[in-house]
Design a protein around this ligand. Sequence first.
Ligand code: ATP
Ligand code: MG
Length: 428
Amino acid sequence: MSNQIRSIRGMSDILPEKTAAWRFLEKSVASVLHGYGYREIRLPVVEQTELFKRSIGEVTDIVEKEMYTFDDRNGDSLTLRPEGTAGCVRACIQNGLLHNQIQRLWYLGPMFRHERPQKGRYRQFHQIGVETFGMEGPDVDAELILMSARIWRVLGLDDDVVLEINSLGSNSARGRYRDALVAYLQSRRNELDKDSLRRLQTNPLRILDSKNPEMQSLITTAPRLADYLDDESKDHFGGVKEFLDAAGIRYVVNPCLVRGLDYYSDTVFEWVTEKLGAQGTVCAGGRYDGLVDQLGGPATSAAGFAIGLERLIELQQGSIARSEDDDQPHVYLIVSGDAARHRGVLLAEQLRNQVPGLRVQLHCGGGSFKSQFKRADRSGAEFALVLGEDEMERDEVGVKPLRSKGEQQVFLQNDVAMHVAKMVGLTD
Ligand code: ATP
Ligand code: MG
């Protein structure tokens, strides 16, 4: 066992018992997004390192210490994407999707960050991300928030999550605020923890986001970003709040909500839960009007969010009905004797041909009736089809319910498809 190769720490296998729940989640979210006119875009997992440095920011946690960066064989520096926005913007610029156009896009896939693995924090994790381009008003910010709220409703999670919003203002307002914040923090330098001392030089706004209880009183009395916003940002934020009020969406304005990525401006939001312990943010996003321009595209308003799927799955534990499983067979075909084993392969094919959508699992590898019935039971199938020597002689097949009491019924092999289709509810 000592030379067994294991997965990379923080990168999990998603085993078959879990994949139905994932599929259900992905399908449910996609269907909400389609209901708002968003379309899927599929993006590479690897991008040039420079893309993330220029967008997320050189002095953010992600770029400073979390990226999986390596040299390609020809010496180019590449990085496994730590998030999806940068790649999405890159793709839109490169493919000319932003010239006088509105875009509403979504994507799904794995992201990679070299963080300390713990509950809710992994090195490979999955996000569904949404990005919009070409719309500058608070209406689209509100749309994003309403859409995420609908996702929680559809998933039955609306009681578990709370919306926090804030405005980061324009770049210039944030610059002025940054100076004031640094001056304040400098004056109380001796109260800063190690992390905050480092951030004081690089990314002081992130100090507001500190989870250290000893820092909280210092943070509470810090200058407020809200007092530095220009009128335009105030109006924009007011507009977002009006839409949310009108739509009956509850929210908390959290003046310390800053987000860990440099490209955000104006509206930012997070959906947080108390049910997952420390890693409680299930969805985060906001506006990033400067990013397209910064990455060499035409100046374009933009906003989006990303949902962390592992945290959602965790939150949903148990709330997915068994009936949502789409990977368990309807019927398990038991075969005994050489003739039946041959006939079984063809009968299974015949059933799949005649009843579209029917899931048939054929027993392969022999074994007694008893052991085959055990397998049938474990497969989750509703019915066992039994093809033994007696049935073969009479061109029949037995159908035995596995999940309810009831006698085995017998049908002609040529008719069984029709009966099975009815019994599993695929026809009336
Ligand atoms: P956090 O404050 O939790 O580190 P972040 O600001 O780094 O979050 P974003 O980049 O905004 O997170 O990612 C959006 C969402 O993706 C998060 O809210 C979370 O649900 C999920 N997420 C981020 N990092 C991880 C991770 N390492 N493992 C699992 N999920 C993650
Ligand atoms: Mg993080």
